[in-house]
Write a protein that binds this ligand. Structure first.
Ligand code: RET
Length: 250
């Protein structure tokens, strides 16, 4: 017999709450885009696209799309002697990875334009980021521990490249800007790095080691996604709108 591990009522309700929040914040961001001069609008468009993608991906997950069962065998030694090999099927929400592969590069672009990062550094950050998400997707479907944690390790190394670009190259680039932009970049990039670092921890506890339930996984990612997209977006746009001198060079 196969034990199926899947979302319950709480998980489904949480997914719908996020659909609504992502939809409403997208509308707000598109609305705000009309009200700013065209030189500032790139940030609004980028940020609105980010929540639009999240809206679509959460709509998929809430309606039962964008997921499937991933089967694995776990050896249970603590319960039975001799050990048994129990088969499990746990839900993997692959729609998240499609969402992340598009939206995390756009989030990085928001920060890179704020800092005035060079084209080369932007490309390195974005390519490393895409590698991080795609290797994370492979990790989710790994069947042996070697596969799963091997892919996870590559994803973490790619993530370190992203961290380096934001923390080191980004900080160096923004150093030439006015003090308001410098301080704002330090806060919002710091906020981003703290939030993003929680994702691989949640992954390890859920899809990785199967310690927390699918509902707990959904709730944890929901809270993180709301902070990383709408909250990040409102903070970025309101602050940037109130700054007189900075505009992206595009
Ligand atoms: C995975 C698992 C493999 C190791 C690492 C990960 C990092 C994921 C990150 C995701 C960020 C998502 C955001 C979404 C916005 O709503 C793929 C979980 C390092 C950093 C910001």
């Amino acid at each position: 017999p196969i034990i199926h591990v899947h979302a319950g009522d709480t998980g489904h309700k949480t997914l719908w709450v996020v659909v609504v929040l992502m939809g409403l914040s997208s509308l707000a961001f598109y609305g705000m885009a009309f009200r700013v001069p065209v030189q500032k609008r790139l940030f609004h468009i980028l940020t609105a696209f980010i929540t639009t993608f999240a809206f679509l991906s959460y709509f998929a997950m809430a309606t039962g799309d964008g997921k499937n069962y991933h089967y694995y065998t776990e050896t249970e030694t603590h319960k039975r002697v001799p050990p048994t090999h129990q088969k499990f099927g746990r839900e993997v929400y692959w729609a998240r990875y499609i969402d992340w592969s598009v939206t995390t590069p756009l989030l990085l672009l928001d920060l890179a334009l704020l800092a005035g990062l060079s084209g080369a550094n932007i490309l390195v950050a974005i390519v490393a980021d895409v590698i991080m998400i795609l290797t994370g997707l492979f990790a989710a479907y790994g069947t042996t521990d070697g596969q799963k944690w091997g892919w996870y390790a590559w994803a973490c190394i790619a993530y370190l490249v992203v961290v380096y670009q934001l923390a080191s190259s980004g900080r160096a680039a923004v150093a030439t800007k006015d003090s308001k932009t410098k301080a704002f970049y330090a806060s919002i990039a710091g906020f981003t790095l703290i939030l993003w670092t929680i994702y691989p921890i949640i992954w390890a506890l859920s899809e990785g080691a199967h310690i927390i339930s699918v509902d707990a996984e959904i709730i944890a990612y929901a809270v993180l996604d709301i902070l990383a997209k709408p909250v990040f977006g409102f903070w970025l746009l309101f602050t940037h709108d109130s700054m007189s001198s900075t505009s992206p060079s595009l």
